[in-house]
Write a protein that binds this ligand. Structure first.
Ligand SMILES: [Zn+2]
Length: 249
């Protein structure tokens, strides 16, 4: 899934001299993150219940890293271990397992912020250096990895659910991210990304479980627009109208 954004015109930075140092640092960051994920001192809520083992996750980092990008790479690594287990718990298909090993590629030439294909998430070094607070794009792309829709149509719903997940699973604060508090009748639920995600947040508040139902139907290639009505008793247009009426005030 390709995610477009504004193009940047900053000069490519030569990373050759810093590459070794950056990769060594990144290795340290990665090991630290894995250790943090593996060590939990929290007791189970019910001591008599069987202890559920977290899925073992791996993150492979690829691409050049310099001193400026290393902290961003570290934050992406931490975010991966925080949000990916939650995405798997909520959105993984019961029989078709999502990848446990994600390849996160840092691309110095990518002219869109990020994209995901299978188990590989590629992010733009240039974009993240210019927008270091936009690491939530990783949550969006990891959602695509878990969605694994056999047919991503309608694209507005695929992207809307990915941004819905970004809103739910973080990071908690995402300054600069385009997630609207308000909606207007000039917009549409098919606007995709943040607008659709805002609509889905509203639906989920009124009719809990709807997003999960729509998502599972997408995974099973069974989605129909009428699913909104089956899940909520209202057509998607009626829902949108009620949502806008409430959120435009
Ligand atoms: Zn996307």
């Amino acid at each position: 899934m390709r995610d477009t954004g504004q193009s940047e015109n900053s000069t490519p930075i030569s990373l050759r001299t810093l590459r070794f140092t950056g990769q060594a640092l990144l290795r340290l960051l990665l090991v630290g993150a894995i250790s943090a994920a593996a060590c939990s001192d929290e007791p189970p809520a019910d001591a008599s219940a069987p202890v559920k083992t977290e899925p073992k996750l791996t993150l492979i980092l690829e691409g050049p890293v310099d001193a400026e990008f290393a902290p961003i790479a570290g934050r992406l690594t931490t975010l991966y271990y925080e949000c990916y287990p939650k995405l798997l718990t909520r959105f993984e298909h019961p029989t078709r397992k999502a990848p446990r090993k994600i390849r996160l590629t840092f691309d110095p030439k990518l002219d869109i912020p990020a994209h995901c294909s299978g188990d590989r998430v590629t992010v733009s070094i240039k974009w993240l250096k210019a927008h270091p607070d936009d690491i939530g794009l990783l949550t969006h792309e990891l959602t695509h990895a878990v969605q694994a829709y056999p047919d991503s149509n309608p694209g507005w719903l695929t992207e809307g659910i990915a941004d819905y997940a970004r809103k739910q699973y973080g990071p908690e604060k995402q300054p600069g991210w385009n997630f609207p508090d308000r909606l207007s009748s000039r917009q549409s639920y098919t606007n995709s990304y943040g607008v659709t995600a805002r609509f889905l947040v509203w639906i989920e508040e009124k009719h809990p479980g709807t997003v999960d139902t729509l998502h599972r139907h997408m995974q099973d290639r069974e989605f129909r627009l009428e699913d909104f009505q089956t899940a909520t008793g209202k057509t998607v247009d009626e829902l949108w109208e009620a949502c806008v009426e409430e959120l435009s005030q």
